[in-house]
Design a protein. Structure first.
Length: 110
């Protein structure tokens, strides 16, 4: 249900079943990623960062989780930590142009 809402673009509503699923299976990275995406897309950046932080702790080489964590941290007013995670994402997947763009934008903004 949560994934369907997320895919349909109903991000705020998707957070409800996804948060419940994350509480029931906190070790499931895919659920936390979906919840983080829903929170991010509904402008709940600090809460999204918490979900991506949990993924990074469990899967430290997950480039997408580092990227999303960096974006969420940046938008929640924590640019120092954001730079670190955006740099990690860029180093883990140097072919990802989007990672480099956000990393470089944040560097220039400092």
């Amino acid at each position: 249900m949560g994934m369907g809402l997320l895919e349909a673009g109903d991000f705020a509503q998707a957070t409800i079943p996804l948060a419940k699923a994350a509480r029931l299976a906190p070790e499931e990275g895919s659920i936390r990623e979906a919840l983080g995406r829903a929170l991010f897309r509904s402008s709940q950046y600090a809460e999204a960062a918490e979900q991506f932080e949990a993924i990074v702790e469990r899967y430290p080489v997950d480039d997408y989780a580092h990227f999303c964590l960096g974006r969420a941290l940046s938008l929640s007013g924590r640019p120092e930590r954001a730079r670190h995670h955006l740099a990690l994402a860029s180093n883990l997947r140097p072919e990802r142009r989007d990672y480099r763009i956000y990393r470089d934008r944040l560097r220039r903004a400092s």
